[in-house]
Design a binder for this molecule. Structure first.
Ligand SMILES: Nc1ncnc2c1ncn2[C@@H]1O[C@H](COP(=O)(O)OP(=O)(O)O)[C@@H](O)[C@H]1O
Ligand SMILES: [Mg+2]
Length: 424
């Protein structure tokens, strides 16, 4: 079969790498992709927001399965468009993707169905929000309702910060109409864990848990990024907690959506926090995480394409469990200095080719460019280096040894990926 992957980052490179291993697949295309994936997939020069063009291209090229990486096309209804043309596509439709596209929708589902999440209020009027902040307890959390590229959440330790956030989001409209409404919620404390599950709208099949590292600097300091590293599995997830996640969060969420008349098919990503009183939902995403995918898929032994087909056909219940590589995976993201703010690109990347010989090491490209036979930086996040090791500590040690071989000007990466496990 012919598969089209939509997106261009490290997550999509990882999807291409995993899908390439499926015996069912003869050819992979990626739109628009990046140079680092060219050995796995043929690039198609159509952007992720050109939904009509993508669907027409898939139809003309007899694509058997399309896999959507990022959230924007999902929230904009790419799945509905493809399905209307009779094309098979993996991901939630527009209505279901609202679980990520609207934090107000997600919170209202959580509340209505009694699924654990922080207490919250929704505001459409900035004055009402500012008024509420007068008497509120701090710290608290302010969230723009819509997609804001991971920048729409402010943790305010006092009233002045909260007021400023409300003004920026609701009055200055820094996130456009994604900030027409906001959620103000209680601040929760604990370890954050990402649990991604496949679901066909009826059944769920959770993937191994992972932990992301959002902040740019070591010790979780500095502004949030798309993600600077991840590891899987995580020792925080005991069997009891796992049951709690499945029984109290994932299954009830899918059931709640169904009751609301929404059939959710695809990956349901639950951003969770382990508080003193148990697991709570911080948010949902409607797709694979980046860089969680870079540590989850290398450990998955099952055929991903087969799983995606079961999801699309509503036959996920036929698959009782998944097989996982016993080894642990750690991914460290190499970024351009200055990211997530301003940064320069176009620097030569040295040392990549020599690393290819290690078979427990995977190099996933996020933002690179090949000119002649040389690699250059071409984005904020440049590369994700994943290592499989005998336990997390071994994987961490190995990944940092390998990283010393890679060089480019202004290189920045966290030196403490997995530190919460080490401190545990
Ligand atoms: N209620 C909360 N309490 C504490 N921290 C929070 C809370 N909500 C969000 N955060 C922090 O903010 C980050 C981003 O929030 P999230 O809801 O995941 O939005 P998004 O990923 O869309 O930016 C979380 O990963 C977490 O670190
Ligand atoms: Mg998040």
């Amino acid at each position: 079969m012919k598969v089209l992957i939509i997106g261009s980052g490290g997550r999509e490179h990882t999807l291409a790498w995993k899908i390439f291993q499926s015996e069912r697949v003869e050819k992979i295309y990626v739109a628009p992709g990046n140079d680092g994936m060219s050995d796995l997939a043929e690039r198609v020069p159509i952007q992720i927001d050109q939904i009509e063009e993508l669907a027409n291209w898939a139809l003309a090229n007899k694509i058997d399965l399309t896999v959507v990486g990022p959230e924007d096309p999902l929230v904009n209804g790419i799945v509905d468009h493809f399905e209307a043309k009779g094309l098979r596509i993996f991901g939630p439709n527009k209505e279901a993707a609202l679980l990520e596209g609207s934090k107000v929708f997600a919170k209202s589902i959580l509340k209505k169905y009694d699924i654990p999440t922080a207490e919250f209020e929704v505001f459409t009027d900035p004055d009402a929000a500012l008024n509420y902040l007068e008497e509120a307890n701090y710290p608290l959390v302010i969230k723009a309702e819509g997609l804001a590229g991971g920048k729409g959440v402010v943790i305010a330790s006092k009233k002045e910060e909260a007021n400023a956030a409300v003004e920026r989001i609701m009055e200055d409209k820094v996130f456009g109409d994604a900030g027409d409404r906001i959620v103000i919620e209680d601040f929760l404390e604990g370890q954050e864990i990402s649990v991604l599950a496949l679901t066909d709208g009826e059944h769920i099949l959770p993937l191994a848990p992972a932990q992301d590292h959002k902040a740019i600097f070591d010790g979780d300091e500095g502004p949030n990024t798309g993600g600077m590293g991840a590891y899987s599995p995580t020792s925080f997830m005991t069997d009891d907690l796992w049951d709690e996640v499945c029984e109290d969060i994932l299954e009830p969420t899918v059931k709640a959506l169904k009751e609301e008349g929404v059939s959710y098919k695809g990956v349901l990503y639950a951003g969770l926090i382990l508080t003193d009183t148990g697991m709570e939902v911080l948010e949902f995403n409607a797709r694979f995480g980046d860089p969680e995918t870079q540590v989850i898929l290398p450990r998955l032994e099952d055929d991903l394409v087969e799983l995606m087909e079961l999801v699309i056909d509503g036959r996920l219940s036929e698959k009782k469990s998944l097989s996982w590589d016993e080894r642990a995976a750690v991914c460290v993201v190499l970024a351009s200095g200055g990211y997530p703010l301003t940064y320069e690109t176009g620097f030569e990347i040295k040392g990549l080719d020599d690393l290819k010989q290690h078979d427990n090491l995977l190099i996933f490209h996020s933002g690179t460019k090949l000119v002649g036979d040389k690699w250059f930086t071409d984005g904020g996040r440049v590369l994700g280096i994943t290592v499989l090791g005998d336990g997390i500590l071994d994987a961490i040690n190995q990944v940092y040894d390998f990283l010393e071989e890679i060089e480019f000007e202004d290189i920045h990466y966290r030196t403490d990926i997995g530190f919460k496990i080490i401190e545990d």
